[in-house]
Design a protein. Structure first.
Length: 429
């Protein structure tokens, strides 16, 4: 989502007559887009800002965007006096106006209001990937997970109209994009604000029907709002990719309640059952937080048991990191750092074994990949399957020496590892 915010910011700046340079050293205006989901991200940002100012900052104008900007606000001007612009993502619609103020020499320009009904719904996007395009369908978040800064840094939920989303999808197809990824902190709670009133399942079904679009992905889902109609929509159209990212965070109902996640372990398992008994085979991935305050050894064991039961295809795992303004900061029974580290290592080791096994099951199968790049050192093309696996492959049928990037090619899987597959394609393209 941050990467896509950057794409929209770059597009907006270009429409104002700015040009993007290859290296920050060559820039007149330097904007740092920041994340504060974990760790002391703001400290990293300040460190990098100081370093850059020292090495190459002469005569440059600096701005801080994103969640650290929203969280730290005007304090940034005091800590980093060379910064002239501080703006959170909910204010990006005002960027052209803020740029005019910068050009006029104003050295304390801010965009920090979260009090907005607007979305950063801009056609002025400069996309980095020639095949896959991101579309934000909903911004902000109305949940209040006890560990999470997002509601504070990105503000309340605002859904875009279905008309605007569909128009963007059609425009992207016309421009030659074949894969679309719908984005939001909680895409499942999408509600079309226009009279059409589509929910997320309806939007998914319609985006998948756009002529020229071959793959549609979405992220992120919230289990509480992940309804059966979404699985039915996916089953009905193979353009909707064979992959669901469904963050569970913990396998213990007690910890889930403390996190204010609004579902129990069993309610989550029900969603997994929908996916496992669906018409198609879906890969399922998740996010896990270890060491949330009060997480006992028994709670942690329940997370490990859930991993055994679900057999995720991949997961992101994090040590709980206390964040400003969140409810969990004041909670008792912090888990010691070494114990968090141990639990993280245990989760990752278990998951690695699961992935080795699950990926090995693919050997011999024929998978369609979208070719995303080429690894010259290995002589392999880099492909991605519909279920979001990386499948690197050699290509026998010498395609007149041309690039395969952007093409859809059937590849036979011959080997596997914990994080990717290897295969061969004999198709002449
Ligand atoms: N909205 C999504 C959701 O509900 O899962 C994603 C939110 S966040 C950008 C991505 C992941 O970061 C979360 O799923 C969670 O696992 C992790 N995360 C968020 N806050 C965290 C914190 N304070 N400490 C550790 N991990 C955190
Ligand atoms: Fe954060 Fe929870 Fe919202 Fe996800 S659903 S962004 S974890 S508050």
């Amino acid at each position: 989502m941050n990467a896509h915010d950057s794409e929209k910011v770059v597009g907006t700046l270009m429409a104002q007559g700015y040009a993007q340079v290859e290296n920050p050293e060559d820039a007149h205006l330097v904007l740092y887009n920041t994340c504060s989901i974990r760790d002391k991200a703001e400290q990293k940002v300040f460190h990098r800002l100081q370093q850059f100012k020292r090495d190459a900052g002469k005569g440059k104008v600096f701005g801080v965007l994103g969640c650290v900007a929203q969280q730290e606000g005007e304090k940034i001007f005091a800590r980093a006096p060379h910064v002239s612009l501080v703006a959170g993502s909910a204010s990006y619609t005002r960027l052209p106006e803020m740029l005019v103020q910068l050009e006029a020499g104003n050295r304390h320009v801010t965009g920090l209001s979260l009090d907005t009904d607007e979305t950063f719904d801009t056609p002025l996007t400069r996309r980095d990937n020639p095949n896959r395009a991101y579309i934000t369908i909903i911004e902000g978040c109305d949940k209040s997970c006890a560990y999470c800064v997002v509601p504070f840094t990105r503000g309340p939920e605002r859904s875009r109209t279905s008309e605007s989303v569909m128009a963007e999808a059609r425009r992207l197809a016309e421009q030659g994009y074949t894969e679309i990824q719908l984005l939001g902190q909680n895409v499942n709670s999408y509600r079309d604000p226009s009279p059409a009133g589509w929910d997320f399942a309806a939007l998914l079904a319609r985006v998948a029907e756009v002529a020229g679009i071959r793959r549609v992905r979405y992220t992120t889902s919230h289990p509480r709002d992940f309804v059966k109609a979404i699985v039915d929509a996916m089953d009905a159209n193979t353009v909707l990719c064979d992959h669901v990212h469904l963050p569970v965070q913990s396998g213990s109902t007690r910890v889930l309640a403390a996190m204010d996640r609004l579902y129990t372990r069993d309610e989550y398992r029900k969603r997994i059952e929908w996916l496992k008994t669906a018409k198609r085979r879906y890969s399922i991935t998740t996010d896990i937080i270890v060491g949330f305050p009060g997480e006992t050894e028994d709670d942690f064991q329940q997370t490990l048991d859930l991993l055994d039961e679900v057999q995720y295809d991949s997961l992101f795992s994090f040590k709980y990191s206390p964040r400003p303004n969140t409810a969990a900061v004041a909670m008792a029974d912090a888990v010691p750092e070494e114990e968090k580290q141990r639990r993280l290592a245990v989760v990752q080791e278990k998951q690695r074994a699961i992935q080795i096994r699950r990926n090995a099951e693919r050997i011999g199968s024929l998978e369609e990949v979208l070719v995303e790049g080429h690894n010259a050192a290995l002589g392999q093309w880099i492909g991605r399957t519909s279920d979001n696996r990386t499948l690197n492959f050699t290509h026998g049928g010498a395609a007149n020496g041309g690039s395969l990037v952007g093409q859809y090619i059937p590849v036979r899987v011959t080997r596997s590892g914990p994080n990717s597959l290897v295969g061969e394609s004999a198709t002449v393209v």
